[in-house]
Design a protein around this ligand. Sequence first.
Ligand code: ATP
Ligand code: MG
Length: 745
Amino acid sequence: MNNFYNHKAFNDLNPSQKEAVKNLEGPLLVLSGAGTGKTRVLTARLANLLYSNNTKPWNILAVTFTNKAAKEMRVRLETLIGPSANSVWLGTFHSIAARILRENAEIVGLGSNYTIITPDDQVRLLKQIMLDDEIDIKKFTPKSMSNLIGKWKDKGYKPDDLKKSNIDYFANGKAINVYKTYQMRLITLNSTDFGDLLLHNLTIFSKHPDILTQYHSKLSYFLVDEYQDTNTIQYLWLKLLADKTKNICCVGDDDQSIYGWRGAQVGNILRFEKDYPLAKVIKLEENYRSTGRILEAANSIIINNKERLGKNLKTSSKDGDKIDLISVWDGMEEAKKTSSEIENLYSAGFRHDQMAVLVRAGHQTRYFEERFVDIGIPYKVIGAKFYERMEIRDALAYLRVVQQPNDDLALERIINIPKRGLGTNTTSMIHSYAKKNNISFFSASQELLMTDELRPNVKRTLLNLINQFLDWNNQNKEIAHTDLALKVLEESGYIAHWQNEKTIDGEGRLENLKELINAMSGFDNLSGFLEHISLVMDGDNTADAGEVSLMTLHAAKGLEFDVVFLPGWEEGLFPSQRSIDELGLAGLEEERRLAYVGITRAKQRLFITFAANRQIHGLWQGSIPSRFISELPRHILNENIEGNIGADASSYNQIDFDLSTKNASYGPGFLRAKQNGINGINVYKKTQINNNILNSNIEFVNGQRVFHQKFGMGRIMSSDGDKLNINFDKAGEKKVVSSFVKLID
Ligand code: ATP
Ligand code: MG
């Protein structure tokens, strides 16, 4: 191959980027701010490895944060090195771990055709186990158990690694047992959940050092993007694999660590030099993505964080347009204004797929979707998954059973869809037989068919279904997987089931089923497709050309758009009250990093909006502008603050969230208060964010009106330290913690 150093992709880089690309041996850390070309460097370095070394594509393992990023990197790589890009081990932690697990499944008791269960299957399975264990699932929900297990897995804890005393509070000390049973059930079902993928990998490596050695001799170069968001188990996994050659290149930005709530440890990136004492560290300072003003906005927000290494971004590009700061009355108006900006920009030549609306909370997308549908702006919600629709889940359940008959959760889902007379009586009988004999639902059905336990017509139907599955399973090796899928959906009566509906809804679902089969054609076989589905279900989806992207800030990491809209910049929503309540200052700083990520996605235009009123849990609540707004320098803003909302256009800048000294003058609803001619002052008395707890210094007075997230509006009856007795309008009298209520004007 030619020398990469003659290639344009190399020559276009700046000197520090070149240095990172040339440095192929030994540990290397590229630690720098957003848009400085980290991902570009990683891709170029990958190409360089393949050009200038004896390295083969399969010697390289490259980890990206999302499937979408992996796809983009593969495409870029292909243009640089051609089709051999396909043999690089390139994917998310999950997808690479899934592959390693498939190659060694038997060691942990799984078959290589194991399936990855979906988060809702996970909850269903846990519910069964918890009910069997007589746990009060109203008090300790299967969902929270599933979160707890997820957290343990993120840390690399298997049931035996847990100390009982630490979690006695949950399910009266039964949590570890539930975890244990759950793991055993998954093995019986020949299934894993997401967290298991890496956990099983670690088990394999620790039980069989010879297998680890095999990977050591295969994989000699490691590249990791977004390293600041690796969690403990990912860190351990990577460290084990890279341990032999230590040719590991990680790129990341401590200011963009936004997955702390999912167990990400920003400490991993900060201790790189300790882990690899010979590490070279390269910093990139020039931002190539955004205009000067956008960068100034990002810098002036992130500078308020205490926990950071501290770096400033520079750019040689123009100042660009000012940042539009727009106030609106409510979410509906926010969607209206946003969509008319989108229309203007579109007329001015910006493409729809170069625009994005990035929200803090998933539910914020609703108004935008409704509005976009109304006026015909093409859009795509990234992360609201196609694969979560009912008909798609049903179809996938059929295919999972075809692929792997022991997939109980899938079989139980569709055994009576469409209705064929195999109702709950039958299924619970099969279920308890399966449990007693510790066999799968499918095997239990087969065994029961050999008895007279079932009524004749039930027996006939079940026999028919089981035979169909066996038949389809045989054909899986013979006919194209897309043909098989269509056959399964037709012969099972599933397609007819929606055809008979004869409603628009039914038609839409049939369209979606067609799209599903289309999507399958991009894969070699059913198993590849199902694995892909399980993995993408966890996160991202790809935006098609020509559509405005609507997604959460979290999902936008690593991406860039010409135009970015950041709605909902209000206290409580962004920064999220929950993050602050749960994690205090650390939570606030993570929110601020999220703001930094959002702003730095924009190349040319940035719009920030905030509403005076929000509906929360069906109740209207006055809101105050986000403190992040007051951190933006005024001279870069183009303010569009409507007089009828904030009488004084500069009001948001007077809010003082300084941690110690001054009093804040405005509280919830101040905008509305102003509109009504009432002075907003004294709504919050002495609001200070002290000791990491919001509301800690508010003086509560009997008779005041308050708002509580769960119980809604109410009036303070009496107080006792930080506990308040409140008479709620709907929920009646309750005792609540003062930091969970907000004063209302
Ligand atoms: P993030 O932190 O958001 O993930 P990043 O550091 O990974 O950002 P990239 O996405 O690699 O940054 O690059 C940002 C943009 O700048 C891309 O459009 C990229 O093509 C461009 N870019 C990077 N380096 C250069 C360069 N030397 N010359 C011109 N453009 C560049
Ligand atoms: Mg990047």
